[in-house]
Each structure stands twice: as structure tokens, then as C-alpha cells.
Ligand binder design. Sequence first.
Ligand code: PLP
Length: 233
Amino acid sequence: MNFIPYGKQSIDEDDIKAIVETLKSDFLTTGPKIKEFEENLANYCNAKYCVVVSNGTAALHLASLVLLNENDKVLTTPNSFLATSNSILYAKAKPIFVDIYWDGNINLDLCEEELKKDASIKAIYVVHFSGNPVNQEKLKYLKERYNIKILEDCAHSIGASFDGVKAGSCANSDCSILSFHPVKHITTAEGGAITTNSKELYEKLLCRARFELLPNHGSESPFHSVPDSLCLP
Ligand SMILES: Cc1ncc(COP(=O)(O)O)c(C=O)c1O
């Protein structure tokens, strides 16, 4: 029987050449290619900053640790890979599921109803489901009107845009996450990234990604620098 594959990556000779170059270089991890990839991703998405991590789940985890506080209430979608809502739990915050529109995206009108009822809600985590971005005008309105944090889960949507606003550009959000698992649009085998336009958020993410969560044992990377004041003791 012929099954439709769950995913099938396309790896060409240029990809193989680039991998061999890295294998022959001095850095197999946390080297200059990381910085190059981060800059290219930020440029492509129209965001100011980018931090790459080991996968999309780690990107969500890290972003949640930086964005949320314990017990924060976060509106999110039930129609996603479990990493989206799990990341809220990793930060000891509380996911509140809001129903979806017919197109699979979180219903932003229902989000507004929740925000009207409960002024203590701190954030919305949206997923641009299957490459179909949520309405950016509505996102902008909710962010400004209710002064909430917004994370865009762009694991399925690099390259997509809504009325000219590119997925990952964070035009109307605090940060976005990307996944490079082989079933996604581009792959690094496992891989993920966070984009943001906030320098402060970027430095906090970088601090946690490079110096605390990844196995750098507190040592500095020669390719990134962040103020000591932002790092945990
Ligand atoms: C919407 C969404 N967010 C996050 C993730 C997590 O990405 P990763 O598999 O790279 O950890 C996925 C993975 O399928 C996803 O579909």
C-alpha cells in the first residue's frame, strides 16, 4: 500500500556542501554559522533580532520563561501541537483554551470576550495554523486595547504573510517562534528560533539560550555578547 509520507525533506548538493564545510571547520556547535543563520532569519522575517535554539519546543519554552510570570493567565488555541500550551505550563503559568474559527486559527473575537470578562489575563499565544496567519489588524487592536503580551507560534508559517505582515516579523507581537523540524518548510533536522523586535527581550533570550540553558556552563560565546545585568547569577 502507498502511504502519503508525513513529511519528506528536500536536501540538495548545496546543503550537503554547507554541512561538509561546517564539519571541516573549527566549530561544530555555537560557532559563526549560528550568528549567520540568526541574521539571515531575522532579515527574511523582517524582525530585528533572532535567537536560534535546538527546536521549536525549546523556542516556546525559552520565550515563555522570559515573557511570563508564575500564575499568569494566557489565552491560547487547543488546535496545535502540544508544545504551544505546554510551554505556558513550563513557566508555571495557566493556559486558557479559546475555541477556533472555521479555518483552524484561534478565534480572536472570543479572545476579546475573555479579555473583557477578565482583566487579569496577561497574554495570548496564537498559532498561524498550517501556513494561514491570524488577522494581524485584530492582533494589533487586542495588543493595544488590552495591553497584553502576544506570542506568535509560526512553526507552520515561515514565508506566509497577512496583508503584507510577514510571519515572524513580530509587527504586532512581542515575539514569534519558528520550528525547523523536517516536516516544516525549512529544516536543520531539529531546530528552532525566536524572533523579536525588542532589544531587551532579545538580550534576555540570548542570555538564557547561550549561557544558561544550552551547555555552555556559564561561559561566554565569542559570537554574541549581552549585558551581565540581564543574566541570572
Ligand atoms: C504549532 C507548533 N508549534 C511548535 C512545534 C514544536 O516544534 P518542534 O517539533 O521543532 O519542537 C510544532 C511542531 O510540530 C508545531 O506544530
